[in-house]
Design a protein around this ligand. Sequence first.
Ligand code: NDP
Length: 476
Amino acid sequence: EKSRIGVTGLAVMGANLARNMARRGFPVAVHNRTTSKTTEFMKDYGDEGAFTGTESLQEFVDALETPRKIVVMVKAGKPVDAVIDELAPLLDSGDIIIDAGNSHFPDTDRRAAYCEERGLRFMGIGVSGGEEGALNGPSIMPGGPQEAYGEVEEILTAIAANVDGTPCCTHVGPGGAGHYVKMVHNGIEYADIQLIAEAYDLLTHVAGLSAPEIGTIFEEWNSGDLESFLIEITGIVLAKTDEKTGKPLVDVIVDQAEQKGTGRWTAIDALDLGVPLTGITEAVFARTLSNLRDERREASTTLGGPTPGSGKNRDELVEDIRQALYASKVVAYAQGFAQMRAASQANDWDLDLGAMARIWRGGCIIRAQFLNRITEAYESHPDLDNLLMVPYFTEAVANAQDAWRRVVVTATEQGVAIPAFSSSLSYYDGYRRERGPANLIQGLRDYFGAHTYARTDADGKFHTRWSQDGSEVAAD
Ligand code: NDP
């Protein structure tokens, strides 16, 4: 009997996805470039379901029913192209290659075109939730032709996480749309994590609390508006004692954050699209600043500034920080969704933004109750420009903003860096201004570069002859 689907690439993600499929009753053919990995896989998990272990790509391809559905779960980048190149000549017209790794969306568009030229169908699907998610139910963001999705929908929705009876998987859009949405998901994850880190920094250095005390606060926060996987695990990580030293584990972890690139891609694309994406971008910069460890050490004894330490009521401060975290999080999501909307318009993807929030409710790192509110917002206002404009979020931020401002003031006075809190607040204040200061920017640009300006009281473009008689002329 032929297998319903194949998985090539049996490192942790591919192995777990294949096991997830087999456990749900789908016969799966498995393959890995290094054959010993396949042998090991069959030895360890072969009895979990109907697996066919294969040693060559030809054997792998022959084990699959047609049209073939092949999940490629290899290292992102060149290896994906290498595998496609090897597979393509072995496949028949209409077969489907599914790249389920963390590919950059322009690569997905390119690979889709390459496969189409060869009569093959190509899907780029975002899979979130790490190894645990891949095994037990990830959030899946499939991009590619709708009819190709139809061929794998049964399998993907069966292996995805499930929240309230709804699978965390839906067709996202054509081409690179699935990988794009996965990229923004990861970007939002960066912003969420940075906001949590800033709250932790303030609770440590302004409120003077220890890591386990802060862990308890996060545990409490997880039962309110902030309820989410990331807040939950923050409580757990802060509560952990280091076995070696007996100190809180976080106190012995080096303060340098790494990154694999999806946050950076999100920020770069926001710049390309011209979308203000301050939260995610500041989160990426904060990680890069964290890596200037030697410079920071030197600067810490050279550059002056206040030494943080509370003069305030601790309980009030903790509650203010909670509200600042929530308001900043709303802004980060509003920005991320505004970016997806802009990308959808630029690429004709027709993204259903409410559905994107729905499939992030389970399986993935940013899963949270809060996402239900985003889904509702887009269901009632499908053409919404900005999430801040629906009553639920307008009120949430209005209620939190006094506390949010107090936190930004306190942190600034006491010298604690809060790039995500403060830039989110500046975005909010900039967004709600009917008239900002860009009129002066245009005046300056006209002065030094004759770049022209528009007038509030007339149509068209104008230029002032600054270095001549100072008169204004109409520009074309
Ligand atoms: P890795 O990214 O570590 O990749 C290892 C796999 O790629 C091995 O099966 C390896 O085969 C194969 N491979 C590498 N180069 C080639 C090549 N030139 N030709 C054929 N096969 C090759 O595996 P992961 O499971 O960690 O991740 C897979 C994908 O999933 C990546 O895109 C990753 O970004 C993404 N992802 C990972 C998550 C995670 O938590 N790890 C979460 C979500 C997505 P061999 O054994 O022969 O070396």
